[in-house]
Write a protein that binds this ligand. Sequence first.
Ligand code: DPP
Ligand code: ZN
Length: 875
Amino acid sequence: AVAIHLEDYAPAAYQIDTVDLDIQLSPRSTDVFARLAVRRHEDTDPGAPLELDGDELELVGLTLDGMPLLEDAYSATPSKLVLNAPPAEPFTLEIRTRIDPDSNTELMGLYRSSGTYCTQCEAEGFRRITYFLDRPDILSVYTTRIEARKGDAPILLGNGNPVSAGDVPGTDRHFAVWHDPHPKPSYLFAMVAGDLAHVADTFVTTSGRKVDLKIYVEHGREDRCAWAMDSLKRSMKWDEDVFGCEYDLDVFNIVAVSDFNMGAMENKGLNIFNDKYVLADPETATDQDYANIEAVIAHEYFHNWTGNRITCRDWFQLCLKEGLTVFRDQEFSSDMRSRAVKRIADVRLLKSHQFPEDAGPLAHPVRPRKYTEINNFYTATVYEKGAEVVRMLKTLLGPDGFRKGMDLYLERHDGDATTIEAFLVCFSEATATDLGQFARWYDQAGTPQVDVKSRYDKRAGELTLDISQSIAPLPGQASSEPAVIPLRFGLVGRNGEDMSFERVTGARLQEDVLILEEQSQSVTFTGLKSRPVVSLLRGFSAPVRLEDHQDADDLLFQARQDSDDFNRWQAIQTLATHDLIRLAGEARTGKELKADARLVEAFGETLLNEELDPAFRALALQLPSEADLARDIGSNVDPDAIHQARAVLRAAIGSENAGAFRAALGAKPQGSFSPDADAAGKRALANQALAYYAASGASDVDDLVMAAFVDADNMTDRIAALTLLVHDNLKDAEQALEIFRKRHEATSLAMDKWFMVQATAPLADGLEKVKALTAHPLFDFANPNRVRSLVHAFATGNATQFARQDGLGFEFVAGNVLVIDQRNAQVASRLLTCFRSWRAYEEGRSKLAETALLKISSAEGLSRDTRDIVDRCLQ
Ligand code: DPP
Ligand code: ZN
């Protein structure tokens, strides 16, 4: 496959101003008539060829200004339609293609999910519907006529506003016409046709536009849409209040489908969602599901401005819409919930997904410069690190400066397909700030390592921080330049309050943020009466790995006293990480393992600290995951040793504080179920307590956990108890799995959890169980959610079984990648990324992982997606 380079960008030779589609639906044979108004770009020589993209298309008709084309005037293959010498003046091209939605297992383009016709066009799916200039800088006005058998598809939906609808006389078919007045790129095209139920509501915008809101789902699922609708209305209001962004059509439709590669898709006026981000009720959805739904509904809605009205010039600019929109949805959730808790959750995600990506063979800049398959760049780096970069921009410019820049961006670029440079210029102009060095965040891969050594001179009352930053060499990036790092900080005095100082030299200071710009610099604070505890990177003000050499005393102090909640959490995590890494090292020498007593005590204290909100305490009690520890250890990783270390610490914390944990089990919210953040926090804390109590070894553990499972009146509590039963191999695990299956068999999203609990069980025969589950009647390779809940969950959430010493875990996942690649390249290549840290394993496992990768690499007929990932992993 050929690599595409950012530096080769050139505007298309032709523009397409309007697109009129007539889509005549039929399961095996759908006819698509596309009428395109084509115009030569002013810089294009008259007669230059017009090259339209296709993908597995069959051309059945072609006219130019109403006339059939002579055979030597064009050439057509399934992946290309070329007009050799089109007219110099604007012309109308009519293209008729025939497609087969039922055999579209890639779930890109037009396909069917549980009988419903739906589309997914980002990034390059529109070319699977008709030949087109399928690139995001071609903005066109779309009118879509959809026709189908009335009985099969009573509901017909398109982008924009509804125009007309009616029966097709003399047939059993009907049609609907939709018109979207906003010029848009082809990746935002969507249509849906099916037998769907809906819930309806309305929203009135600030300027008085009444918008009809509808969420479409399969019949019988309407009563699981309330939370999504509520989230949508809150998102619409919030975007007006916080960013001044108003909705711009008369309708906003959301459709939930069961078979979807991504989380959701922001098609103009017609969002299509993976149903896991729409459907929720207490019986089938966890608090985490509710929070995710709120965030994803907001995310897709926010794209209406950051993504749709202002889109990307080319796919290298993907972070322009994704990083910014993730930042916006994170801010929204923070405003709806606890800001500190949301921040911790987001940083956990960043560190567990993005940091490993950024440290291995799949590392790439937030704005990549080269790709062979764009689908492989919908990554944690583009999304989550992209959001962190926008957050740093806000930190550097302040809230007012940031808002000024956003206002200018939204005004200046409305209707554009633009770039990161244009985005940054708006902030630079609005605030008279030079962002030249800041722009490196978009162009350099790798997580900067920030090393800080502090020295306190008692006599002079001065504190000096010797700070250096660096990025380890990566494939394709041997060296790097210093980044602008906003380091939020506090100098904490013995009473827990931040100390004031006289002066600071060696770095720019902006309120409580030090701006680092050099590869190394010494920063000195004067006028300090005693040695402070230095609290750095408060709120995780930059996506860096901080090594500040704090000793255990200072960390314990910070965990108890820091006024910054994030750093209180971070301090206890750092303490736990240090001890776990020590234990994991000792586990490999066969030494008897003993957890650090002060750490164990600190966990008990955290549990009992009523000043902290329950959600925060639940997060603080969570140990670093096995994957987190593997990432921090970095090389020569032994997953069994890590697992053992965690088990020892968890048991120590559980048994030393058993009484307190048992008492905390009763702290559940009272009354009927509410998904709000408060109630969710209480459930999280009680379930965390249950997990520690289960590790205490008390004699009533089996019965207590089973009782918690049986008595649970919501999915959050039920799945928490089931996870303990299965993962700790408690007495009634099998019985509980049976009870759960019988209860939820008809609810696919709940059964995903049933598969996932088993997939992630760290048991000696975990792999054999997962293999057996691939033959379960409810397992289905065609459903991405099901594949993710079993195979992907195993590969990413079951470190000891995936990386088994006999290599069978790697072999199993690699085999599945090959099977899935035959039908759905995106799901397969995503699954394959779980090998990305393979070189960090100890030698034996590393060799076995390489063998599995080589097996994939040597397979015939790999998709471009999977080929790209395997090649990069092995490079
Ligand atoms: N639908 C995906 C998202 O919103 C890709 N645009 O992130
Ligand atoms: Zn997005």
